[in-house]
Write a protein that binds this ligand. Structure first.
Ligand code: CAA
Length: 258
């Protein structure tokens, strides 16, 4: 079904692995389309509650495919960027968590792909950066927008203008990743975190993503109003009755995603 990625669901976790290690998992149009398809599969699968996105081999994703882009005219390049934006906006809109397990190079489009995930766990071998200006272009899969939202405008400009590649500790320091693990611990720890999320109420987890992602780009007054409406939808769920009932009865909650 897929040629450039792997998709597997195990214990309610969808593992999405970019699997093009010969090109350090670089994103061409086929990879972008397959990722879009895999996340559609994840969105529609009630048995998959959290996705973990990672890369095969020594890279997470080393960027958009430079060999493919080198042959494109401006219109073709634009179309490819639209495809990337479509994928990354879609990942943000899916009402289930997507965790980036950044195992190695996350450069250019790879850093951008990780930023479209809900949070980033990094191996000590991870390298982050936006090296596009060295290729005569600028980030085109949302890097000029998501990077400043995560690390602030000054640091985003510093990284983008210098094209500096940073390690996991520096990425953690500036807020570009949320946790750092030894390489062999990355996937087991990502799985543990996914399982912890799976224990929680699914509608509430999804609503939190929707409230944060949508509210973040609104003014505070509109975002507060949006939070109230999103809160109310979760408050009306059977899982709210179960969660609060279980607390009061001093027993573990059994959520039904209703
Ligand atoms: N696109 C296409 N092929 C890539 C690639 C990319 N982004 N990154 C690596 N590869 C290929 C290499 O060309 C090489 O292929 P061959 O074996 O056929 O020569 C193979 O992957 C292995 O790469 P290296 O030999 O370069 O591996 P290395 O360990 O010496 O270096 C690296 C690793 C530092 C990540 C280096 O590969 C590199 O700098 N890659 C490019 C990173 C980059 O500039 N990314 C941004 C792309 S532009 C972009 O992403 C635009 C956007 O915003 C959408």
């Amino acid at each position: 079904m897929y040629e450039n990625i792997k998709y597997e669901v195990k214990d309610q976790i969808a593992f999405v692995t970019v699997d093009r290690p010969k090109a350090l998992n670089a994103l061409n149009e086929d990879v972008l389309s397959e990722l879009y398809k895999a996340f559609s599969q994840f969105e529609c699968d009630d048995d998959a509650r959290v996705a973990i996105l990672t890369g095969e081999g020594k890279a997470f994703v080393a960027g958009a495919d430079i060999a493919a882009m080198s042959k494109m005219n401006a219109l073709e390049g634009r179309n490819m960027m639209i495809l990337g934006h479509k994928l990354m906006n879609y990942m943000e809109a899916i009402e289930k968590p997507i965790i980036a397990a950044v195992n190695g190079f996350a450069l250019g489009g790879g850093c951008e792909l990780s930023m479209a995930c809900d949070f980033r766990l990094a191996s000590t071998k991870a390298k982050f950066g936006q090296p596009e200006v060295g290729l005569g272009i600028i980030p085109g899969f949302g890097g000029t927008q998501r990077l400043p939202r995560l690390v602030g405008k000054g640091m985003a400009k510093y990284l983008t203008m210098t094209a500096e590649i940073i390690g996991a500790d520096e990425a953690y320091r500036i807020g570009l990743c949320e946790k750092v693990f030894e390489p062999e611990e990355l996937l087991p720890e990502a799985e543990k975190i996914a399982k912890a999320i799976i224990q929680k109420a699914p509608i509430a987890v999804g609503s939190a993503k929707v409230a944060i992602n949508n509210g973040y780009d609104m003014d505070l007054k509109s975002a507060s109003r949006f939070e109230i409406e999103t809160f109310t939808a979760a408050f009306g769920s059977d899982d709210k009755a179960e969660g609060m009932g279980a607390f009061l009865e001093k027993r573990p909650a059994e959520f039904k995603n209703k």
